[in-house]
Design a protein around this ligand. Structure first.
Ligand code: NAD
Length: 476
């Protein structure tokens, strides 16, 4: 059956070449993994300028933002991995029962084999490189499929990454839907996908044919609740930064605000001030404000501007794919801006009566990738955290939780499954193999489990195998 779908598959040869390399065991030694990771570091150092230029061409990404998100955060992930890899790779010894006291029970962190990493266009280096760090660290071979939409970065990666990595074990495949569809017909040992929920379903369906495990890093609408008790100036600056970074094309950007009508009134001048402070009186002239990645995305976003009332911004220029930092007031849940992930520099405000209504609003919708709550009263922030569910959470700021390599990053429900960053990436790409290595001798210890069964053997078996509830021991 596999042959009937794979005969003539353009990627079958590549996948089997990588699988042969993986089976040879060359990716397993610590030294090999470290050498490949260090080569990734050199790629980032040597190609820094080209990365900044390519992301600028693709979506007018300001070089400050590109340096922070595509280079610095990747370097942090690399360094955390290199600093800890030796420890992470070690077998983890676990508790044993009485019979096994002379044996060895441990968790081996095994590589999966040949993994596929599919990336989107919005952070076109970061979103393939951070998973790749974990894939290499865990001892896998990998195929990377960057997004065809960020075409300048795609070209840069396709032309240069191979000069740094071992091409028997790592490859870049370029292309759009037809190419990725063919690629997905192959059997991989793990698929790590970042992108939209509809494509996530397609990837998971393709993976299911081979029972391949997946991580799905998806998107959606991230709510941001602003309580009446907060420092309005600080909220406006932190929300505007998170919403307008990369011209709003960030999966964890605050997608819409939930607040009372009074807070909406207070926020509007503060948001105006924050936007002017960040981007000057005309954001179009600002070197620190990006552009929309494609004409298709531009038109989709422009169509959302009819939601509620344009309170700030609203200007567009199709030739430049420019959309001004925009705030929409009094947006209704039925408006177009509330029907899809915005993924652009538009911030709708939906008015609610109080925190309970905000929580009901959030819980009535698909579970988001990120959830934000602002309040000077930490009880309010904690209540929002307690009574909702989301991939990640950040109180009194936006985006910043992503910068910690110590926190797991990932979605839940509609926003995805699985997690990564720091050690979580290494664990994602490792099969945790439960191993028991027994002593060859000491056969008397095993006799109670063999037939012929007796009541006395059952007694011994119970004493040696039983796990007791803590606090129920009658002897103490
Ligand atoms: P997308 O789902 O359209 O594309 C992602 C990747 O899938 C690309 O490499 C693309 O070539 C491939 N692809 C597209 N259609 C396909 C198909 N039919 N079959 C097989 N492969 C296909 O996403 P995008 O537009 O590149 O990125 C935007 C989305 O990604 C948003 O929803 C955003 O929230 C999400 N995102 C999530 C995260 C996260 O970490 N959770 C990060 C960035 C972006």
């Amino acid at each position: 059956m596999v042959c009937s779908t794979l005969c003539g598959n353009p990627y079958a040869g590549l996948v089997s070449h990588l699988r042969a390399s993986w089976l040879s065991g060359k990716t397993r030694p610590l030294e090999y993994r470290v050498a490949q990771l260090e080569a990734l570091g050199r790629f980032l150092d040597d190609k820094k300028q080209e990365i900044l230029e390519a992301t600028e061409l693709d979506m007018g990404k300001p070089s400050f933002e590109a340096f922070f998100s595509e280079i610095l955060l990747c370097k942090n992930e690399l360094n955390v991995t290199l600093n800890n890899l030796c420890q992470w790779m070690k077998d983890e010894y676990v508790d044993k029962n009485l019979v096994m006291q002379l044996d060895s029970a441990f968790i081996r962190k095994d590589p999966y084999g040949v993994v596929l990493i599919i990336a989107p266009w919005n952070y076109p280096i970061h979103l393939f490189l951070v998973p790749l760090i974990g894939a290499i660290a865990a001892g896998n071979c990998a195929i990377i499929k960057p997004s065809e939409i960020s075409k300048n970065t795609e070209r840069l990666v396709a032309e240069t990454l191979g000069c740094y990595l071992d091409d028997d074990c790592f490859a870049v495949v370029t292309g759009g839907v037809p190419e990725t569809t063919r690629l997905l017909e192959n059997k991989f040992d793990y698929i790590f996908f970042t992108g939209s929920p509809p494509v996530g379903r397609i990837v998971m369906t393709a993976a299911a044919k081979h029972l391949t495990p997946v991580t799905l890093e998806l998107g959606g609408k991230n709510p941001c609740y602003v309580s009446d008790t907060c420092d309005v100036t600080n909220v406006a600056r932190r929300v505007a930064w998170g919403r307008f970074f990369n011209a709003g094309q960030t999966c964890i950007a605050p997608d819409y605000l939930l607040c009372t009508i009074e807070m909406q009134e207070k926020l509007m001048p503060a948001l105006r001030e924050a936007i002017t402070e960040f981007f000057g009186p005309n954001p179009r002239e600002s070197p620190d404000f990006g552009r929309i990645v494609s004409d298709k995305q531009f038109r989709r976003l422009r169509a959302l501007l009819c939601s509620g009332r344009v309170a700030l911004g609203g200007q567009t220029d199709e030739a430049e794919r420019y959309i001004a930092p925009t705030v929409l007031a009094d947006v209704q849940p039925s408006d177009p801006a509330m029907q899809e992930e915005i993924f652009g520099p538009i911030l709708p405000i939906v008015v609610i009566a109080n925190m309970d209504e905000a929580i009901d609003f959030i819980n009535a919708r698909p579970r988001p990738l990120a959830l934000y709550a602002f309040s000077c009263d930490s009880k309010i922030v904690n209540q929002v955290l307690e009574r909702t569910s989301s991939g990640g959470f950040c109180g009194n700021d936006t985006l910043m939780h992503l910068t910690l390599t110590s926190l797991p990053f990932g979605g839940i429900g509609n926003s995805g499954l699985g997690k990564y960053h720091g050690k979580f990436t290494f664990d994602t790409f490792s099969h945790h193999r439960g191993c028991l290595h027994r002593n060859m001798g000491l056969e008397t210890l095993n006799t109670p489990r063999y037939p012929p069964y007796t009541q006395q053997k059952l007694g011994i078996l119970t004493t040696t195998f039983e796990v007791k509830r803590r606090g129920t021991c009658t002897l103490l």
